[in-house]
Each structure stands twice: as structure tokens, then as C-alpha cells.
Design a protein around this ligand. Structure first.
Ligand code: TRP
Length: 403
């Protein structure tokens, strides 16, 4: 690559069929995003059985169903994290969210459910970045509004059950002014990346505001351990593992290019697929279209009517046709949601078999899904109700973490 950054293809079109950038995900074919193709284009690695076996042997834990089912499907140098775990060398987790709505939808929970599990398995510190500045720069929102959304989103994140002794959550607008060491790393990163490079990686053009062009350094900085002196002191060699949606990879390709130049290890990554919209697997859920998503604030009734009305069916057009030809689990959104959230492998496999053979009708699949989502959302709402200002203050105050 001319810019020297691993794979300058964040903004790319694959045979005009799919477009994946941090700000836009579109698949035009009706089979959805081609993830194998994306791995090739991005230059990442597939999470294979060998890696999963090694993980299970080292940690003594069965791999999470997100890994077993290919929901976290790609990585960059995850084996290096396993090496460190084996050698008892320190590392930490880093993930984040761009607060673009007050309410999260169930798809937004994927990285957080998974990161919480990783934190438990590895027993390591975790930092969570809310990029309110990013949403301010990209959307038609005021600073005040993005700050307020970050605070609401933080409650939802805390409700996922992170360990307060090992988790630091921050919003950029709050934290950058509090931590000179963080900003110094932002500037160090900015000096290493040219405009031509970010143009290549992110597709920025001459009419993009300069805030956008400078922003990637702010998402990169949390991957350098000395950005958090209250956790890691001046240590530069604490490795970083980032679970994220594959659309965020461009930020971290850039980070992996810069980190060694600044004397830090390259961050390692675990990538997830996108969570499909109710309307079909061609696009991901969007918080801006209320009918494309199940929100964590939805009532039982709303969940029921949205799934029944909008969840795209892979079943036959008529009962007769369905019984004869069977359903297509690959495109059936209800089945796909069960794949994400039904933890019981045997139950899921039975549904897959019976739906594929035509024995099980879409209505039954939807009924199972509705019950599961209602339970999940209720559990979340109960947990969220306990997140007081005091609890938020604990998670967001810069402090040392136990590990
Ligand atoms: N840019 C991400 C978003 O819009 C938010 C984010 C910041 C993030 N840091 C991250 C996501 C690290 C994953 C990992 O959602």
C-alpha cells in the first residue's frame, strides 16, 4: 500500500455489492454481507478451530457461543493475547460506542455482552470509550445532546454487568480535558498519520470538516496503555485487545501501524459480524429507524408486534409451500436473532432442523423469539433501574483498577 498502512480499503466497494465503512454498511445481494470476502479485503484472519481450541485449553472455559457460532468471526493477532495470557503478562480490553441515540437496541449489546465475558474469563482491566465527539462531528447534533446521550448510553453499558473494580468508562467530551496524558498520545498519533493516509483509510475528502480528519487519533489513543496513567502508570507495554464490529477495523489498522512507531505493542482485535435489521440481513439495525430495531426500552407489546409485523421470514409463501420446501434459516431474521441470543446449542439446533425441514412454521419461530427478547429486555431494564448517579460516578472516575 502506498501509504504504508495495512490495507487501505475501509471505504471500498466489493464488486459494487457491499460497502463497509465505520459510518456506512450496505450489502446489496440478498445473502447479506459476504464476510469471507471482507476478511480477504481487510486482511484480517478468520477465527478458526485451532485458535478456539487453544483458547479453551488455556482458559479452561468453553468458548462463548458468539465465537462458536461465528458471530465473532475474525481477528488480528488474537494468538498474541493468548501467548501473553499463558506467560502471565499483562493486557487489557478496550471497546466503545458512538452515542447516536438515547436508547440502545439489542444489537448494540453484542460487543458489551462479549466484552463482559472476556473480562470475566481473563480477569483484566477494561476501558470503554463513548465517542460523543465523533457523533457531534458526523451528525446534526449539538455538543450538549451528544453528551446527554453518552450519559444515557453509559447506564445501559453498566447494566450489562461489568465489574466496577476493573472497568473505566469515559466520554471523550468529559475525559479529554481531564487527562493530559491522553491528549499527548492523541497528538503523538496525529503526527504519525498524513492526510493522504486517512483519505485512503476512511475515504475523507476535501469537503469533510477538519474534525473528522483528526478524529481517528482519538479513537486510537485508548489502545496505548499510557493514555490511562491512573490505571497503568507510565507503562507503554501493556497489550490491548479490542472486541469490535468489523466496521471499526479501519481505525485499528491505522492504530496498529502507528503503535510500534511510538514504542507500543500493536493492539489485537476480535471482530464481530453486524446485527441484522428486522427487515432482513442485507443491512444492520439502525437506531434511527424505530421499526428496524428492538430497543431496550420497548414494552412486551412493542416487541411482540414488531417481530410479528417486521421480522423478515425465510419461510414459504403459504403453509403448503413451507411444509413442502421448508424454511431458509440463513435469511430468516427470527432464526438469526435466536442464533445471537438463544444460548442453548441443542435447542437452537432443533429449531434449525425443524424449520429447515418445514415442520416448524415461521409463527412458532417468532413466538420463541418474542419470549426470549421480552425476557432479555426486561432483565436489562431491571438492571438499568439500579444504575444511579453514584454508580455512574464510580465507573467514570479516573482511578486505579484491580487486576
Ligand atoms: N466509533 C465507534 C462507534 O461509532 C465507537 C468506538 C470508540 C469503538 N472506540 C471503540 C467501538 C473501540 C469499538 C471499539 O460505535
Amino acid at each position: 500500500m502506498s501509504s504504508g498502512v495495512e490495507g487501505d480499503v475501509a471505504k471500498m466497494e466489493l464488486g459494487d455489492e457491499q460497502l463497509v465503512t465505520p459510518w456506512n454498511v450496505v450489502a446489496n445481494s440478498n445473502t447479506g454481507i459476504d464476510y469471507d470476502k471482507l476478511i480477504v479485503q481487510f486482511g484480517s484472519q478468520k477465527i478458526g478451530t485451532e485458535l478456539i481450541d487453544r483458547f479453551e485449553k488455556l482458559t479452561g472455559r468453553k468458548a462463548h457461543h458468539f465465537i462458536r457460532r461465528g458471530i465473532f468471526f475474525s481477528h488480528r493477532e488474537f494468538e498474541k493475547i493468548l501467548d501473553r495470557y499463558e506467560q502471565k503478562k499483562p493486557f487489557y480490553l478496550y471497546t466503545g460506542r458512538g452515542p447516536s441515540s438515547d436508547a440502545l437496541h439489542v444489537g448494540h449489546l453484542i460487543p458489551f455482552i462479549f466484552t463482559k465475558w472476556l473480562q470475566e474469563v481473563f480477569n483484566v482491566p477494561l476501558v470503554i470509550q463513548l465517542t460523543d465527539d465523533e457523533k457531534f462531528l458526523w451528525k446534526d447534533l449539538t455538543v450538549e445532546k451528544t453528551l446527554a446521550m453518552a450519559k444515557e448510553n453509559i447506564k445501559d453499558i453498566i447494566a450489562c454487568g461489568f465489574d466496577p473494580d476493573k472497568t473505566f468508562i469515559f466520554s471523550d467530551f468529559q475525559f479529554l480535558g481531564q487527562c493530559p496524558e491522553f491528549y499527548r498520545n492523541v497528538a503523538r498519533i496525529q503526527r504519525q498519520v498524513t492526510f493522504n493516509q486517512v483519505k485512503g483509510i476512511f475515504g475523507f475528502g476535501g469537503s469533510d470538516c477538519i474534525g473528522k480528519i483528526a478524529f481517528p487519533a482519538i479513537q486510537a489513543a485508548p489502545a496505548l496503555s499510557n493514555s490511562f496513567p491512573f490505571i497503568f502508570g507510565e507503562q507503554k507495554d501493556v497489550a490491548c485487545l479490542i472486541p469490535c464490529g468489523i466496521d471499526q477495523d479501519p481505525f485499528f489498522r491505522m492504530t496498529r501501524d502507528v503503535a510500534p512507531k511510538l514504542g507500543h505493542p500493536k493492539p489485537c482485535l476480535l471482530h464481530s459480524v453486524f446485527f441484522p435489521a428486522l427487515q432482513g440481513i442485507q443491512t444492520k439495525m439502525s437506531a434511527s429507524d424505530p421499526n428496524s430495531s428492538i430497543f431496550l426500552t420497548d414494552t412486551d407489546k412493542q416487541i411482540k408486534s414488531k417481530v410479528n409485523k417486521y421480522a423478515f421470514s425465510g419461510g414459504g409463501a403459504t403453509v403448503e409451500e413451507h411444509k413442502e420446501k421448508g424454511g431458509n434459516c440463513d435469511v430468516d431474521v427470527s432464526f438469526q436473532y435466536l442464533r445471537f441470543f438463544l444460548e442453548d446449542d441443542d435447542a437452537l439446533e432443533k429449531i434449525r432442523k425443524d424449520y429447515t425441514s418445514g415442520e416448524l412454521l415461521t409463527g412458532y419461530l417468532k413466538k420463541d423469539l418474542i419470549e426470549l427478547l421480552q425476557k432479555m429486555v426486561k432483565t436489562h431494564q431491571t438492571a438499568r433501574a439500579t444504575v444511579t448517579d453514584e454508580v455512574i460516578a464510580k465507573f467514570t472516575s479516573p482511578r486505579s483498577l484491580k487486576f
